[in-house]
Design a protein around this ligand. Structure first.
Ligand code: ATP
Ligand code: MG
Length: 365
């Protein structure tokens, strides 16, 4: 809704009819990079990037320092101008849009935050709403709502100055500020980098939930492969020159790295990541059909733990660890969505699941 009240970009987001202007773009592309290149005095930050961010997805860019992640983000809102190539946003070439107008409709969380030092936390968060002419009261309510969302009590924080905050608190304010007008597109450059691990996990979760709820298209940069696979709908692994090593859903990136650079990135702790991302499927089970005497959980005659088909493999391992005595043969009954027993799982079946996940589609080759 705030979009409708934007004073400037009347031609922006031209609605459902935007196909013809963008030849090769798929209909659900919110942002498209088309053979984009950025050179700085002889050095190439982004070599030849073609990439689509789908409407409503959370796309995470991950890759080593200096590989061109921030440059890529900054070209989307014209903080950096491409040397060549084209960037299309909501059906429109960004170079046709006034940069200031563009930045008002794209939320941006800057690496190292960039809060206005001479404005309070509340004033920082309310920056764009006020520019868009929201009245004080509406802006104030929004500020309270957003500060609460990012885990900062408005009573305590709204009137503080940026220099009175920790690095992690500043980052939270940066995220709140970027969300202030529910922008349809949000660019986030290492938004949680300075937040402690516990607060970070909570923020990641809250943010991903909110993003799905609002349907915001998000392009986010991180160094942290775990953050990437936890939050992303799709992960883009980049190497030097913003070269795309792999673009795929998290599980694919972890289970089937497309290149040595990706394998390197996910290599350490890969099994733990697979356990967190992979799920138990019918083909992984030890046997077909219902084992006799399966109980109905705590209410049934046999109180024996069960797991659901589709459970996270990590949870299956945890449950197996709990019953790892001989009485049950180290097995657990597996129930389907209707609570019917469909087979059993064991450590061997979890290993089968891991093999299934990491099996190459081209294995016969
Ligand atoms: N204004 C500039 N002038 C010259 N070179 C630049 C400029 N900005 C970035 N670069 C160079 O372009 C390359 C990509 O930089 P970029 O900031 O996009 O990397 P990054 O992937 O975001 O790295 P990090 O993870 O460290 O933030 C780097 O080699 C950097 O030195
Ligand atoms: Mg960067």
């Amino acid at each position: 809704m705030p979009l409708a009240s934007l004073p400037v970009t009347t031609s922006a987001r031209t609605g459902p009819t935007r196909g013809p202007a963008v030849p090769a773009a798929s209909p659900d592309a919110a942002i498209r990079f088309d053979a984009v290149r950025k050179e700085y005095a002889g050095s190439v930050a982004v070599d030849d990037l073609t990439l689509e961010v789908r409407e409503g997805e959370l796309l995470v860019l991950v890759g080593p320092s200096g590989c061109g992640k921030s440059t890529t983000l900054r070209m989307a809102n014209r903080l950096v101008e491409p040397t060549s190539g084209r960037i299309v946003l909501g059906g429109e070439d960004v170079t046709d849009v006034d940069p200031v107008a563009l930045r008002r409709r794209i939320g941006y969380v800057i690496q190292n935050v960039g809060l206005f030092p001479h404005r309070t936390v509340a004033q920082n968060v309310a920056t764009v709403p006020r520019l868009l002419g929201w009245d004080r009261r509406r802006a104030r309510e929004r500020v309270d709502e957003l500060l609460t969302l990012v885990g900062l009590d408005p009573q305590r924080y709204a009137r503080r100055w940026p220099h009175e905050l920790s690095g992690g608190e500043r980052q939270r304010v940066g995220v709140a500020r970027a969300l202030a007008t529910d922008p349809p597109v949000l660019l986030m450059d290492e938004p949680f980098g300075a937040v402690d691990p516990v607060g970070r996990a909570r923020l990641q979760q809250e943010f991903a939930r909110l993003q799905r709820e609002l349907g915001t298209t998000v392009m986010m940069v991180t160094h942290d492969i775990d953050e990437a696979v936890r939050m992303a709908d799709r992960v883009v692994v980049l190497s030097r020159g913003a070269r795309v090593e792999q673009l795929a859903p998290p599980l694919d990136v972890v289970a089937r790295p497309a290149s040595p650079a990706v394998a390197d990135l996910v290599g350490r702790g890969r099994t733990a990541r697979l356990l967190a991302l992979g799920r138990l499927e019918a083909t992984d089970l030890d046997e077909e059909g219902a084992p006799e005497g399966t109980g109905q959980g705590a209410a049934g005659p046999r109180v024996r733990p069960t797991v659901r088909l589709g459970a996270e493999l990590g949870d299956v391992v945890a449950a197996l660890t709990d019953v790892a005595d001989a009485a049950d043969g180290g097995r657990l009954d597996v129930l389907d969505a209707d609570g019917r027993a469909v087979g059993t799982t064991s450590p061997g079946s979890v290993v089968r699941a891991l093999h299934r996940l990491t099996a190459r589609e081209d294995a016969e080759a």
